[in-house]
Design a protein around this ligand. Structure first.
Ligand SMILES: Nc1ncnc2c1ncn2[C@@H]1O[C@H](COP(=O)(O)OP(=O)(O)O)[C@@H](O)[C@H]1O
Ligand SMILES: [Mg+2]
Length: 470
């Protein structure tokens, strides 16, 4: 029985090890590399896997470190998925084995790759049913079947790797019509949840949407509401990123007030089009308010309010930076001014937190709010400085000259008054030329800073955000 459970394959792809082509397979028994040409392969039992990471700057490889410190580097096509699923398997195994056994027995120290079973081939397209001989029983393992059995059960509950098309806003809209039938049972109690129709467009449930997701408002039946975000674009690292962000925000005793707490469900909601797959979902506080663009339009003739709101946005960004966080996509859409005038940042898809240092950014933010040289390497808690400068410049300029809104925004929900072409060629920009005519010393200071910044690195630290509060 134990042997059968150990032979259940969770993941298998083509891979290469030291130039040798073959298949990499994860089963409850551990990781096996089976060379296509036959011959000696590698078997690393689950209980001996210490860590999995992605290594290499240009040629990236999956690195598996065993309990003796030995590192084995595999080339695989789906690095992030391998790393995630291995980490998950090891965590589950460790948690269970620590419970089941005294810690001293946790990892055997003997570390020799065992000979592979007879060569078979698993392909990326058919990893589960390919005729690969099961990995051999793990020698030296005394725990064996009990834990392997539970690991098998738990890993089987891990959302399947879905490679098809991601649902559209329309697909989710259908799901919200019969919400309860489409929510994953893994969420827990959802009895009172009722989707609230959009008051501005009552035939729709969706309240707002962006490039990456749709936002729905849910009533809990007792006068309270929360927001659900469903994702319309595929992201390989979404599970790992949102789990890390959630843990980090929860670990901060006085988290920045501009952020909202959220719960991330790797398996959240299904759609009619894709049978049996639950897509991720984010549950968060419903923020009653208006986006920055709507706020400016509504208060364009209230210079004091525009001025203080600009300063508050800068203060919120300072608080984030002090907590080691950058939002990564501050824009007119992702800033909400709530009913009490408080600044709230939403949309954490591109967020930087300290544990992401050294990694690459997965998104580059809206180009009209980003330094033109920003790329995936631009990733630290300083990331927001340029966007904040662009936003503050607009707020303070509009407080002095409200007519700039009609002239340079012209109902464009994607920007305030400056756009990417203005950053690329400021000397030819009509809005920059107009802004430079100002006689306000404060405003001039911000414009000069922005022009200076354009010739610097996107993470330039030649100024601090408190200098632009005016
Ligand atoms: N918690 C929330 N409460 C109320 N409205 C929200 C909330 N989160 C997002 N929104 C609104 O929904 C819009 C789209 O959500 P967002 O997370 O920015 O999606 P995307 O990643 O596609 O840009 C936002 O611009 C904002 O107006
Ligand atoms: Mg957004």
């Amino acid at each position: 029985m134990a042997q059968n459970e150990r032979s259940t394959i969770f993941k298998g792809t083509s891979a290469s090890l030291e130039g040798q082509k073959g298949s990499l397979i994860l089963s409850a028994g551990g990781v096996s590399f089976i060379p296509d040409e036959g011959g000696r392969g590698v078997q690393i039992p689950l209980e001996r896997i210490y860590a999995a990471s992605i290594e290499g700057r240009i040629l990236k490889k999956l690195c598996i470190v065993d309990s003796s410190g030995k590192r084995t580097l595999f080339s695989v096509p789906d690095l992030d998925q391998w790393k995630n699923v291995l980490e998950m398997a090891v965590h589950i195994y460790d948690a269970l084995s620590t419970k089941a056994q005294p810690a001293a027995q946790k990892k055997p120290q003997v570390a020799t790759p065992s000979a592979p079973p007879a060569a078979g081939t698993a392909t990326a397209s058919n990893p589960v049913t390919s005729p690969v001989a099961p990995p051999p029983p793990v020698t030296g393992s005394t725990r064996g079947s009990g834990i392997a059995q539970t690991v098998t059960k738990i890993i089987q509950k891990v959302p399947p790797v879905y490679n098809g098309q991601w649902p559209s806003g329309q697909d989710y809209e259908q799901s919200f019509q019969t919400l309860k039938l489409n929510l994953s049972p893994s969420i827990g109690k959802t009895d009172g949840w009722e989707a609230v129709r959009n008051p501005k467009n009552p035939s729709w449930y969706v309240h707002a949407s962006g490039n990456y997701g749709s936002i729905y408002k849910i009533s809990t039946g007792d006068g309270k509401f929360f927001a659900l975000k469903c994702f319309t674009k595929k992201s390989l690292s979404i599970n790992q990123r949102y789990s890390s962000i959630s843990s980090y925000l929860n670990s901060l005793p006085n988290g920045p007030e501009c952020l909202t707490h959220f719960v991330y469900y790797p398996e959240g909601i299904k759609t009619r089009k894709v049978n049996g797959v639950y897509f991720p979902m984010l549950k968060m506080e419903w923020i009653d308010g208006t986006t920055l663009n709507q706020f400016i339009s509504a208060h364009i003739n209230e210079p004091r309010l525009l001025k203080t709101t600009g300063n508050r946005i800068v203060e919120a960004a300072i608080a984030l930076q002090a907590a080691g966080i950058a939002h990564g996509d501050l824009s007119g859409d992702n800033i909400i001014i709530d009913g009490r005038g408080k600044i709230r940042f939403v949309d954490y898809d591109g967020m930087f937190i300290p544990v992401f240092r050294g990694e690459k950014a997965t998104e580059l933010g809206h180009a009209d709010f980003q330094h033109p040289k920003r790329n995936s390497q631009t990733y630290s808690e300083k990331l927001d400085a340029f966007s904040v400068l662009v936003i503050q410049l607009a707020m303070q300029a509009l407080a002095v000259k409200p007519e700039l809104w009609k002239k340079f925004n012209a109902d464009d929900p994607d920007c305030l008054i400056l756009r990417k072409p203005d950053y690329l060629k400021p000397s030819e920009s009509a809005v920059v030329t107009e802004l430079r005519k100002t006689r306000s010393r404060n405003l001039k200071k911000i414009i000069d800073l922005l022009l200076d910044y354009l010739s610097k690195d996107p993470l330039w630290d030649g100024f601090s955000l408190d200098q632009i509060i005016i």
